[in-house]
Design a binder for this molecule. Structure first.
Ligand SMILES: [Zn+2]
Length: 77
């Protein structure tokens, strides 16, 4: 049952070219998982930390080989 759901979710994320990536919150230091749309080469947005709810400034670049680089910074940095 659970394995079936997992495969289903994996298929959806592959279809949408989404990649999940673990980042460290610059405020509380906890690791949270974000989903990155790999079809966009360079993107930056604010995502609230799932633990402390403070806004994390995410700067993401996707390489031509699908390599994802994520910078997680304070909002005002
Ligand atoms: Zn946090």
């Amino acid at each position: 049952m659970y394995i079936g759901v997992f495969i289903f979710l994996t298929k959806i994320t592959n279809l949408l070219n989404l990649k999940n990536q673990e980042i460290q919150c610059p405020y509380c230091g906890e690791y949270i998982t974000i989903f990155i749309d790999c079809s966009i080469e360079n993107q930056s947005y604010i995502e609230d930390c799932q633990v402390c709810c403070r806004p994390i400034n995410l700067i993401i670049s996707v390489g031509f080989d699908g390599d994802v680089q994520v910078n997680a910074m304070h909002e005002n940095e």
